[in-house]
Design a protein around this ligand. Structure first.
Ligand code: GLC
Length: 585
């Protein structure tokens, strides 16, 4: 979440696996018993091998010319996603919403906003995606609703309304003061006074996003029923929004204050009493039970900016009974090309005590694009390939963000009056909001980048479209897009990259991150060498301890290209920000 520089979820019985495979794939099953078993296994934990791709629906493809992307637009681009090598799409919210937070303020959890289409369009998307072996993951926003949700309208209508307790209502602290010092992530007090009943309600995000009271069992039931609604329609799981924020201290202790002020001019505080309360895990276990009752092994992905490996590990649950894929914000936000920093974090999560599957990403709709956080201004295209290799060759389920495969950059609004994202309006100019990372997908060099035929799309198309677009990059074998396609294809075809262990190499090297991916037993391993510095580096690999006697590695993918003389394991030279992916035996 919201961790931008600004901020920022068992055992499954065999019958369930069988149900999973028949329910999902509808493909002829492999005939030999071994192949059949392998197929079942793959279905069982499909999310372990999947490459997931986040689509911000407003910005992916507009099919009806209103300047805003929509469901039919996404459906029309499924072949692109299949050819790229994507296994699942997570779509940011498309529920009915007043769009204060562009969909993260939901006024109906079991419908589609007409702006994006209809439920029939959604069902068609799910079935067309399935025909291409692409699963659809919904965004689920449990922490808060829109203030326009009928539940909140009831809740605010009187202190005795049956839904009063569905939200967090408290008396003020006298003299027009809010109940305590809790702050919204989006600036200023987290309490909003409601004159009708003379009490304050709590909102962790915008005032238009009142927090649900997860201590109320009826709230839990309503939200789990909403999950079932979508699972019944064939979704493959949920990305659960802001999940660590579900509970607040019932005793309303003030949060500790730190020195200094934030971008909104508020005192810095530690969100000690509104984040990561232990009750969160009880809810995650209940959500996992809801998901587990369905065939196909639906996945739960958590958005939670966990501060360290101990907290991140808790997200998996003690008995693999919470989240399968907790997003790793630590890895996402290293924000500098540092081999030691990445090595330490990759090692930590690889050895997590829960034995959970790591889940990496570098970009999303909340933080400046990776190009702008990792690029050095001179080698940005090469660094884009380096980041792609880091994401796609490690032992994690990778999560991509639309446009990263073509090297899209953050394009912030130049003027306050152009800002769409309310946090940019509140925090301008220090906080310009998130429009910059939400600009339209750059399909080609035509008007509006092939995104929309509208006069004016909801956000402007960045100038970089002229050179960074799908059509142009598809023609260029050296493009960022071509590189992503090659690595994604390799990840699919090489069992060691899909399933192999992660074995870090040369752990003292300050510049070069190197590791093996290796399946148990004999056979080739994949050697990955990533030079995170602006100078060529010559390194030495001693792979004998890992059982490899060969003196050189065989190149599978290298960018830039390197000759065979560079791949001698005793004298291995990798260019500035270079990527080497090869095999050793
Ligand atoms: C999450 C979403 C973000 C949204 C916030 C409030 O962090 O990713 O876009 O503004 O939650 O729902």
């Amino acid at each position: 979440m919201l961790n931008r520089v600004r901020f920022f979820f068992s055992t499954v019985i065999l019958g369930l696996c069988l149900a999973a495979s028949t329910a999902w794939a509808q493909q002829p099953l492999p005939q030999s018993p071994q192949a059949h078993q392998a197929h079942q296994q793959a279905q069982h934990r499909w999310w372990k091998h999947a490459v997931i791709y986040e689509i911000y629906p407003r910005s992916f493809q507009d099919s009806n010319g209103d300047g805003v992307g929509d469901i039919n637009g996404i459906t029309s681009r499924l072949d692109y996603l299949r050819d790229l090598g994507i296994d699942a799409i997570w779509i940011s919210p498309m529920y009915p919403s007043p769009l204060v937070d562009f969909g993260y303020d939901i006024s109906d959890y079991t419908a589609i906003d007409p702006l994006y289409g209809t439920l029939a369009d959604f069902d068609r998307l799910v079935s067309k995606a399935k025909a291409r072996n692409i699963r659809v993951i919904m965004d689920f926003v449990p922490n808060h609703t829109s203030d326009q949700h009928p539940w909140f309208a009831e809740s605010r209508s009187s202190r005795t309304n049956p839904k009063r307790d569905w939200y967090i209502w408290r008396d003020g602290n006298g003299m027009g003061q809010p109940p305590n010092n809790w702050q919204s992530w989006f600036g200023h007090s987290a309490w909003k006074f409601d004159p009708k009943t003379n009490q304050y309600y709590y909102h962790h995000f915008y005032t238009e996003q009142p927090d649900l009271n997860w201590r109320n069992p009826q709230v839990r039931k309503a939200m789990y029923d909403a999950m079932r609604f979508w699972l019944d329609r064939g979704v493959a799981g949920f990305r659960i929004d802001a999940v660590s924020r579900l509970f607040e201290d019932p005793n309303l202790h003030d949060d500790p204050i730190l020195p200094g002020k934030n971008a909104y001019g508020d005192p810095n505080i530690v969100h000690k009493y509104t984040d990561n309360l232990p009750e969160v895990h009880e809810v995650l276990r209940e959500m996992r039970k809801v998901a587990n009752a369905y065939p196909g092994n639906p996945v739960l992905i958590s958005e939670a900016d966990e501060p360290n490996i101990a907290e991140l590990t808790k997200m998996y649950g003690v008995k693999d009974d919470e989240i399968q894929l907790p997003m790793d914000f630590q890895v996402a936000d290293v924000n500098k090309l540092s081999a030691p920093d990445f090595r330490r974090l990759l090692n930590e999560i690889d050895r997590n005590a829960a034995g959970g599957q790591p889940h990496y990403f570098f970009s999303n709709h909340d933080q400046p694009r990776q190009r702008d956080r990792y690029g050095d201004g001179m080698h940005n295209d090469q660094i884009a390939k380096l980041m792609a290799a880091l994401l796609l060759t490690t032992r994690a389920t990778p999560l991509m963000y639309y446009g990263e495969e073509i090297g899209m950059r953050t394009t912030e609004p130049a003027r306050k009056e152009d800002v769409q994202d309310p946090i940019g309006k509140i925090g301008w100019p220090e906080e310009k909001g998130r429009d910059g990372e939400r600009t339209p997908m750059q399909w080609d060099a035509s008007t509006n980048a092939g995104f929309s035929i509208a006069q004016r799309p909801w956000l402007p198309v960045p100038p970089s479209t002229a050179t960074y677009n799908v059509a142009a990059e598809s023609q260029d074998p050296d493009s960022i897009l071509s590189f992503y396609k090659r690595v994604l294809a390799l990840r699919r075809s090489e069992p060691a990259l899909r399933d192999g262990r992660y074995l870090p190499l040369n752990q003292e090297d300050p510049f070069v991150l190197a590791f093996l991916r290796k399946k148990a037993g004999k056979g080739d391993a994949i050697l990955v060498v990533l030079n995170m510095s602006a100078e060529a580096r010559t390194v030495k690999f001693d792979l004998a301890a890992h059982g490899f006697k060969q003196s050189s590695a065989k190149t599978l993918i290298a960018a830039p290209e390197i000759g065979p003389e560079s791949t001698q394991l005793t004298h291995f030279t990798v260019p500035a920000f270079g990527v080497f992916i090869g095999s050793v035996h």
